[in-house]
Design a protein around this ligand. Structure first.
Ligand code: SAM
Length: 213
């Protein structure tokens, strides 16, 4: 996500520890303590400005959500949305998703959302794609048995690559749409990128895959 650098963002993120978890390592294996309940936890890696994860938290109060975004100048817009709402079932993490295993133990998470992940189209950058096999292994290490990944993108190349990566990893395909906005799928909550690309007439691809352990 290209955005104006906001030198004040880091400081603002630290001013709201009730929304932006400052020491997430201490909740490894016991995230329920942070949310004060034992509801399932769903995370979004690359949450951007937070429209999707905040919309999901509003729609599903019985689920806890964690939005993960590495760019402080971007996640600060998600923080603004939380400041405006009174939601107790959502937190933000300003970290690189590659480090998730430091923060979550096996079984901490029920579902991973990946929305409009950076496509990294060059083959030499394939390892950076959030659906590359090393990331699938990383997610497996924090998900419950039978945990799921829900993935949306406008990028056909990334979608096809990801389906292949999921399949080679042994994930079970539960749902697929090659044109989400003209499908039967209900309750779709749009991300910022989804709104932008679909307004330009681009098709949105979506799938749900499940670990078979
Ligand atoms: N999901 C949002 C949407 O659909 O509007 C944002 C999409 S944007 C193209 C991808 C976002 O993922 C960027 O904000 C980027 O900083 C973030 N991102 C990419 N790799 C990441 C990683 N390893 N950890 C955390 N965030 C990441």
């Amino acid at each position: 996500m290209r955005l104006r650098h906001k030198p004040w963002a880091k400081e603002k993120l630290m001013e709201y520890p009730q929304f932006v978890v400052q020491t997430p390592e201490k909740y490894k294996g016991k995230w329920g303590e942070l949310f004060n309940n034992d509801h399932p936890i769903h995370i979004e890696v690359g949450t951007g400005k937070g429209q999707f994860i905040v919309g999901m938290a509003k729609a599903n109060p019985e689920i806890n959500y964690i939005g993960i975004e590495m760019q402080d100048s971007v996640i600060v817009s998600a923080l603004d949305k939380l400041i405006d709402e009174e939601l107790t079932n959502i937190k933000l993490l300003n970290i690189d998703g590659s480090n998730l295993s430091d923060l979550f133990a096996k079984g901490d998470i029920e579902r991973v959302y990946l929305n409009f992940s950076d496509p990294w189209p060059k083959k030499k950058h394939a390892k950076r794609r959030l659906t590359y096999k090393s990331f699938l292994k990383l997610y497996e290490g924090l998900l419950i048995d039978g945990g799921e990944i829900h993935f949306k993108t406008d990028n056909q190349g990334l979608f096809e690559y990801s389906l292949q990566s999921f399949s080679e990893y042994g994930l079970l395909l539960k749902y697929i749409s090659l044109d989400l906005h003209n499908s039967e799928f209900e309750d779709n909550i749009m991300t910022e990128y989804e709104e932008k690309f679909s307004a330009k007439g681009q098709r949105i691809y979506r799938c749900e895959v499940k670990y078979q352990n």
